[in-house]
Design a protein around this ligand. Structure first.
Ligand code: UT7
Length: 338
């Protein structure tokens, strides 16, 4: 599906923020728990360490990290919580199933005017949330949205599965998205989104939803934890991230290599390198944080973007492509002029 500007309004990100738990888990520490090496993890994934939320810690709750990221984004945008009309919280690891994590966050930051809901598209969640916010803002219905991507993937990690547990970490990233004139060059230029439920088996959690209750037996079999077919997921990721990036460039009349910044989902550095190669981009034009945080699911893109913005790398007028891929499978890209 393609959405481009067709009315008087567009939208743009005016503030970003990030938050991570304090506790680090290094590769070396992982070698004490499972049969792996620091060298294997670095070479095969690019990850050096990740952050782990402490179970039971109020500060490390998904919505608490999201609230910290949201407040930082509000400050950058020079807005207050009372300016927010809409909160979209992208997560597949909600604080609670009821109420939504968006409502927990709304309470924490005091955004009393906003309506609030969760979006679940796994690792593509932030990009799906941003596409949804863009649509509401372009319709003219609202002025200001808060989009958060936050996940505590370690709550669903099978620490006995060395093929997956080395990948995941926890964190949250946020963006304030504001309505602007469609004539403003600094805006979201296009949105390309997709999903293919036929590939559900590549990455899923069997229990915990209405399909299967989490009983002692289910817990013993780890059916409430993530199951991933890593090699197959890798291939689909490289293909769809590349395809959706190329579609975004082509539909905006841009050539390969024209991007100032690629902000890809951070699942594996080798996936990112393959996509950059296809786009003829040097790695210096790719915002990376997987080395320090691992795969934080819906938080990878907003936190990598936030880091690029705060370091002064991403400058006004530059062309930025967000490129996502996740369980479902889900995928999508958003091209914007910063
Ligand atoms: O957010 C989106 C979802 N996630 C992804 O997109 C992840 C995509 N997949 C990947 O990133 C990679 O497939 C992995 C990092 C998960 C695995 O890397 P790989 O290069 O595809 O390894 P592999 O599964 O093909 O396994 C190669 C070997 C195997 O040993 P044998 O059979 O060749 O003897 C594995 O048992 O590496 C072994 N292995 C490990 N060795 C040391 C698997 N995990 C580990 C480990 N440490 N942690």
């Amino acid at each position: 599906m393609i959405a481009t500007n067709f009315g008087p309004f567009a939208s743009r990100i005016t503030g970003t923020g990030s938050a991570f738990p304090d506790q680090r888990l290094t590769n070396l520490e992982l070698t004490k728990k499972i049969d792996t090496t620091d060298e294997w993890i670095r070479e095969r994934t690019g990850i050096q360490e990740r952050r782990i939320a402490q179970a039971g810690s109020e500060a490390d709750r998904n919505s608490s990290l999201g609230a910290r990221a949201a407040l930082a984004a509000l400050e950058m945008a020079a807005k207050t919580a009372s300016d927010i009309d809409l909160i979209l919280y992208a997560t597949c690891t909600p604080d609670t199933l009821i109420p939504s994590t968006a409502c927990w966050l709304q309470k924490k930051i005091g955004a009393t005017k906003a309506w609030a809901l969760d979006v679940n598209a796994a690792c593509s969640g932030f990009v799906f949330g941003l596409a949804t916010a863009d649509s509401f803002l372009r319709s003219g219905q609202f002025k200001t949205a808060l989009v958060v991507g936050g996940d505590i993937l370690t709550s669903m990690t099978n620490w006995e599965d060395r093929g997956s547990c080395i990948l995941f970490g926890d964190g949250a990233g946020a963006a304030i998205v504001e309505r602007t004139e469609a004539t403003n060059p600094r805006r979201i230029l296009s949105v390309h989104m997709g999903a293919d439920g036929r590939h559900w088996e590549l990455f899923h959690v069997q229990a915990g939803g209405s399909n299967m209750e989490v009983t002692a037996e289910v817990r013993a079999k780890k059916l409430d934890k993530m199951e991933m077919k890593g090699r197959e997921m890798f291939k689909v990721a490289v293909r769809t991230l590349g395809d959706y990036a190329v579609q975004a460039l082509e539909s905006n009349g841009l050539a390969l290599g024209d991007l100032d910044w690629l902000v890809p989902h951070q699942a594996n550095l080798r996936i990112i390198e393959a996509v950059a190669k296809r786009l003829e981009l040097p790695m210096e034009k790719v915002l990376i944080n997987i080395d320090r945080y691992g795969n934080t699911s819906s938080a990878t893109i907003p936190t990598a973007l936030d880091e690029g913005v705060r370091k002064g790398l991403v400058k006004p007028g530059e062309t930025v492509l967000l490129d996502a891929f996740g369980a479902g499978v889900t995928y999508g890209s958003i091209l914007m002029r910063w």
